[in-house]
Design a protein around this ligand. Sequence first.
Ligand code: PLP
Length: 401
Amino acid sequence: LSVWSAVPSGPPDPILGVTEAFKADKDPRKINLGVGAYRDGNGKPYVLSSVKKSEERILTSHPEKEYLPITGLGSFTQNAAKLAYGEDSAPLKAGAVAVTQSISGTGALRIGGAFLARHYPNAKSIYLPTPSWGNHTPIFRDSGLEVRQYRYFDKETVGLDFAGMVADLKAAPENAIVLLHACAHNPTGIDPTVEQWKELSDLIQEKKLFPFFDMAYQGFASGSTSRDAFALRHFVSQGHQVALAQSFAKNMGLYGERCGAFSLTTADAEEKARVDSQLKIVIRPMYSNPPMHGALIANGILSDPALYSEWEGEVKGMADRIISMREKLYTTLNDLNTPGEWGHIKSQIGMFSFTGLTKPQTQALAEKAHVYMTADGRISMAGLNGNNIDYFSESVSKAVK
Ligand code: PLP
């Protein structure tokens, strides 16, 4: 008898399962809108020119493969924090931001979960929006936090249930941790407005909740890295202490390089040093130290004015292409007299759109039209392009008629 004979088989990953089904489909018209990775106007994976240039420089300037420190490449983490918090952020200037490199955004969330589970001095429950990125619940549960929910999405309006969100945060116990998507909420594509963020900041302060920002799409939402950092920077300017997970997967297209950062704002440099020491103690037994290549690439861009401005243009290019696909999809669905109101396609932001398509409709789209998306009706806008958007719109139109 094998040692593992009693291991039950687990359910497949709901998102990666979509790609499996797509791969097995032989129809030439097939479209994969499941995966959250950018595709160019020809549906191809895209390596940024700024990334290629940075990578070329590394080959000559940094050929060795030594270990990085436990918290990663120091110049990279400083530049990452600057990108997120802004050059003139008070805690950054005071040397009070404890920051570590991480295995992309997922690893940042996991370090944050583990640090909070060990050192957060209050009840260890974290509130997530409903719905949220599918990996949030297992990340925080496996980190040892109790996962709870607050309302976020309103099915009726296909918009933000702001009243429900406020009511649930008001009802949360004092000092609870609240996970906030900093921009480009995944999976809905719906963000609070500037005014709503300000209200949330006040409410979270009154209730002494602890904000944990997940910023996986800085720059990718609006095309501007500073506009997309508004919520984070506003909270910090209002005196909140925050936790922050950053990813360079989407905004630099560094998916497989696993490059990210986790940070905490602290009271002062002395407290920061203590927090740093404990971050190291959390990380060392997990993976010892992070991979170097992605951090070198990202840092090459963040530290060189010419590459930085080229990168900013490329981020804007990706965001703009997605925004133009939203416009085109909206117009085409209306031109085809598709039943329903599709304004949300245009008002949503970032990689994803929550279409409002039902599970049976998504199944029909896969079976009859070879169009693949997650069962909740989420599509990756980046999977659409000039060659497939008409076919996609016609297929959606047929599915809802
Ligand atoms: N957070 C959100 C909301 C995401 O959508 C993603 C990726 O899809 C991540 C975090 C983490 O991604 P990665 O670990 O590839 O940086």
